[in-house]
Ligand binder design. Structure first.
Ligand code: HEC
Length: 144
């Protein structure tokens, strides 16, 4: 009986250890080089952009403004999201994902605890890229 209990407790410890290891490795901030290697699992489609727009309206307009230009009520000098040429933390899809997930510069907060589903972060990346000048936007993909 005692041996059974000990075995059970050891099992529980192991499960919780592996659990925290996994969640920590997922939450660890990405380096810029790691981010550059990441490819979006969410295609750039109208549906994804629409989903990103809803998330953006909920979480981002306070600093970046409705149109992404952040020229009204500027707080903490938020980047003009419509001008990728001026960006400081990179414009590849993985780098934009990183800026949103882990934060950027000193005053862009990380969103990984607020937006827990990585797919939602990718919808945001797609929406943000839809604000760019046409020549810099990705090519719109067909819905499946
Ligand atoms: C508290 C204000 C604030 C909020 C809220 C905020 N941002 Fe930012 N954001 C900033 C600031 C300030 C910067 C510029 C950081 C810097 O100095 O590099 C920035 C930078 C960025 C960048 C990187 C641009 C670059 O220069 O490379 C992206 C992308 C971005 N924000 C997207 C978002 C998205 C998407 C949301 C909502 C999920 C959001 N931000 C919410 C303040 C904010």
């Amino acid at each position: 009986m005692l041996r059974r209990i000990v075995r059970f407790l050891t099992f529980c410890l192991l499960v919780s250890f592996v659990g925290t290891q996994l969640s920590q490795s997922q939450d660890k901030p990405l380096t810029r080089d790691e981010a550059k290697q990441i490819k979006s699992p969410v295609p750039y489609t109208k549906a994804s952009i629409a989903r990103g727009r809803i998330l953006y309206t909920n979480d981002c307009t306070g600093c970046h403004g409705n149109d992404g230009k952040a020229q009204v009520d500027v707080i903490a000098d938020a980047t003009d999201l419509t001008e990728p040429k001026l960006w400081k933390s990179g414009t590849t899809e993985g780098e934009v994902f990183r800026s949103i997930r882990d934060g950027a510069g000193i005053s862009m907060p990380p969103y990984k605890n607020q937006i827990r589903n990585p797919e939602d972060l990718w919808h945001l990346v797609n929406f943000i890229r839809s604000l760019w000048p046409e020549a810099q936007r990705p090519k719109l993909q067909e819905e499946k």
